[in-house]
Design a binder for this molecule. Structure first.
Ligand SMILES: [Zn+2]
Length: 122
């Protein structure tokens, strides 16, 4: 089982890498559908990351980088909020699906770059 301390350290490292220090980011370990989820409040620059207690140590970097990238990429969606209210559900779903796909690809790239770093402790 992954400790809160380990999760906290991984979050801190990715927050620094993504330059997200201006956000107040908390996390909570709780039973959820996925390994990790995030809720972001762009107005107040706050986010809560939900982490499943089932998560394994080797999954932390991928899961946490993914959730934090949602903050960065989701800012575009947050800016388009008035527009999103005027499009169909199918169109809105497509925007969310695209965000998910972009975030997932970026997370893979960042994690493989981190693995190349000899300073990174595995
Ligand atoms: Zn996602």
């Amino acid at each position: 089982m992954v400790s809160r301390k380990e999760v906290s350290k991984v979050i801190e490292d990715w927050v620094n890498l993504f330059n997200l220090q201006s956000y107040e980011i908390e996390f909570t370990m709780t039973e959820i559908k996925n390994l990790a989820e995030i809720q972001t409040d762009y107005k107040y620059k706050r986010a809560v990351i939900y982490i499943s207690p089932k998560i394994k140590r080797r999954e932390l970097n991928r899961a946490i980088s993914h959730e934090l990238l949602h903050i960065l990429v989701g800012e575009i969606r947050a800016q388009l909020r008035p527009l999103l209210d005027r499009i169909t559900q199918a169109e809105a779903d497509k925007v969310l699906f695209t965000e998910e796909s972009v975030v997932e690809q970026l997370s893979r790239v960042f994690c493989s770059l981190v693995e190349f770093d000899p300073k990174e402790v595995k």
